[in-house]
Every structure is written in C-alpha cells, then in structure tokens.
Design a binder for this molecule. Structure first.
Ligand code: PLP
Length: 381
C-alpha cells in the first residue's frame, strides 16, 4: 500500500456531486469572467476571514504583487521578507521593482523573527511582508508593533494558512492587506490557479479592483495602467463549495498533526514542529527536521511513503537571486534547507495511513540504530 505525499483527487471525489452541480450552473449561466459566482465567493471569503473586502485575482503571486503596486511600493523601496519562504513571496517584491530584504526565522516556529526585523529596517523600508509558513501564523502583534513605530505597511502572505488563528483572530485580517493562493494543493484549493487579496482598507481594495481588470471600473474607461489578473467564475464556483468544507478539513489535518506530535515524540534525531500558545495552525504542511534527512526520507520511500522538502533551496541561493550579493548569508535558513522534511498530511488520509507513517518513522530509527551499532562494533575490531 502506497501513501502518496498528497492525493488531490480524494478531496474532489468527496464533494464530487456539489462540484458537478457548480459546474453545471456555471456552464448554463453564460457568464464566465467577473460575475455572480466571484462576487458571492468574495463576500463569503471576506466574511470567513473577518474582513471587509476580498478581491479575487489570478493567483497568489499576483495577490501579493498587486498589493505592493496598490501601496505604491516599487523602485528604490525595500520590503522585509522571511529568508525561508517559497520564492513567490520574494518574486512579488522583485516584480514590483522593490528590493526584498531577507530576515532569518525564529528557530523554533520557522516564522519570521521580530527581533531580526528591526535590525533590517533602513530609511528605504516601506513594508514587512510576513509569511504564515506551513500554516502557522507569524507573531503578528510584535510585527505590527514594529511597523507602527517605523510607519511601515504590514502585508500577510497567507497562501499556506487559510483559516489559521493568531490569538483567536483569523489570518488575512492581521495586517494592512493579505495575499491568499488557491493553488490546488493549498488548504483551500481551486481546480486550477486562483488567488485573493483581503483587507479592511476600502481605498486599497478599490485600487486592487481596478488593477486586476485593466485599470477599468466601467468598460473601456481605463483610469490607471492595470493588469489582467482575475479569479475565474468557474474557480470561484468551485471555491464556494470547498469553502463550506474548509473548517472541517482543517480539523482533520489537525487530527493527523496531533497523532504525529504525540506518537513521533520519542524518535531520536527528529525535531517535531513547535506550536506557540497563541497559534492555531491549519497544518498546510507537517515539517520535521532530521539530522540524517536523506536516510530517513529513503527509508520512508522504500516503504512506499511519499515525502517532500519545503524548501530545498532558499530564495537567496536560487539562480534567480544568486547575483544579488548584497543579500548576504542566512545560516538558520540554510540549515533548514538541509534538514527539513514534510510528512504526508491531508484531510483525506485514513487513520491506517497515518498510523503507518508513524510506524515506519519509528522503524526507520530502529534500523538506523542497528546499523550504527554494527558500524561501531566494527570499528572496535
Ligand atoms: C503557494 C504560495 C504562493 C504563491 O501562490 P500561487 O497561487 O502559486 O501564485 C506564495 N507564497 C507562498 C508562501 C506560497 O506557499
């Protein structure tokens, strides 16, 4: 029995009838871009995130990019960003014309360390782009406190954290604006690309509304030089169905995570995720660290268990950024790239599958100990 890292089809099959029905309604509507489904989804997702505005856009990268454009952040400006994130967070800043200024994470939570933010602030800094990495909220009160003192904007990259809570408050409502992705693998995933911006700032929402649709409010009247980045009616229709399952599916992820946290706690060489008291993560990923990662990963692979690495190359070491020498070195981030491993987690894993991952992870260690013993006895001869 194979356990894949993620079975995307399983989530669709569970709600197949509703998706079929959404498609039928969409097809018969005769209206495929910027219509009723999108309007309804935007209202529902805004309400879910406890914010006043939601604007559907083409994808998560565009969501972050359009926020920066709407804030007039560009050439000559600096934006503080985690060193350890998916490269899209950085690309949004680069494409806006601004400079990403990376900051090391907290070694326990893997989220941006507020203490490191302050030392990275210069006269050019305009914003802090915090990421709720792996589905766990960043320390937003500390980040907002620094931002207020230095008059900076706060943007959330909530692409991995739909529904996560920080001190009881929903991510997406914790800064000036937030970018979400509905890429199929995310906790709230479309059946294609999709994204959204959430904000309580009416002016910013208005600007993003213009920017995503050629700078136009009224057809053929173009107020500003806009883009084309809209969330399709079809994806909005599917997302409306999936949004009704988000809390239940996040709870199922939490069940898997709690099993892992409980039953993998005595595996040596393994570091489990740390959850601060104020965080209610949504477990987009379950990321462990292992001092012999490739052995551990191979052991799981040999027993049919798929794992992935998030992320093997930090943005500052990617070819895309390699020429930007000023970025410097980031030892915590670089160490993470060497030893993080994501175990399978999803709302659609069966309890047998979860137990098997747990069993094989423990077996892996026992085999490991035997080899270590053998080698050491050899070396005594
Ligand atoms: C997925 C992701 C994005 C980008 O979203 P897309 O919809 O793929 O453009 C941005 N930031 C983070 C942290 C992500 O995980």
């Amino acid at each position: 029995m194979k356990i894949s890292f993620l079975d995307l089809k399983a989530s669709c099959l569970e709600i197949r009838q509703e998706l079929d029905e959404a498609y039928r309604k969409f097809l018969e509507s005769g209206w495929y871009i910027l219509g009723q489904e999108l309007e309804a989804f935007e209202a529902e997702f805004a309400s879910y995130c406890n914010v006043q505005h939601c604007i559907g856009v083409g994808n998560g990268l565009d969501a972050l990019y359009l926020i920066l454009k709407a804030m007039d952040i560009g050439l000559g400006d600096e934006v503080i960003v985690p060193a350890n994130t998916y490269i899209a967070t950085w690309l949004a800043i680069s494409h806006a014309g601004a400079t990403p200024v990376p900051v090391e994470p907290n070694e326990k939570t893997y989220n941006i360390e507020p203490k490191n933010i302050e030392t990275a602030i210069t006269s050019k800094t305009k914003a802090i782009l915090a990421v709720h990495l792996y589905g766990q909220p960043a320390d937003m009160d500390s980040i907002n406190e620094i931002a207020t003192r230095y008059e900076l904007k706060v943007i959330e990259d909530a692409a991995q954290a739909h529904g996560a809570l920080y001190k009881g408050r929903k991510v997406g409502s914790l800064g000036d604006a937030a970018g979400f992705s509905f890429y199929p693998t995310k906790n709230l995933g479309a059946l294609g690309d999709g994204g959204a911006v959430t904000t309580n700032d009416g002016e910013l929402a208005d600007k993003i509304n213009l920017l995503r649709n050629y700078g136009s409010r009224v057809k053929y009247l173009n107020e500003i030089k806009g883009f084309n980045s809209r969330l399709d009616e079809l994806q909005a229709a599917f997302l409306r169905v999936k949004l009704t399952r988000l809390d239940e599916w996040n709870a199922r992820r939490a069940w898997v995570a709690n099993q892992y946290l409980e039953k993998l706690s005595s595996v040596t060489d393994l570091t489990l995720p740390f959850v601060p008291a104020w965080a209610e993560p949504v477990w987009h990923l379950f990321v462990v660290r292992h001092s012999k990662r490739s052995d551990f990963q191979k052991q799981l692979k040999d027993s049919g268990i798929g794992t992935l690495i998030h992320y093997p190359v930090p943005p500052h070491l990617c070819d895309a950024y390699i020429e930007e020498q000023h970025l410097g070195s980031f030892p915590i981030t670089e160490q993470m790239a060497k030893n993080v491993l994501s175990l399978p987690i999803s709302p659609h894993m069966t309890s047998e599958e979860v137990m098997r991952v747990i069993r094989e992870s423990n077996v892996s260690l026992m085999k490991d100990t035997t080899t270590t013993l053998k080698t050491s006895s050899l070396s005594y001869n």
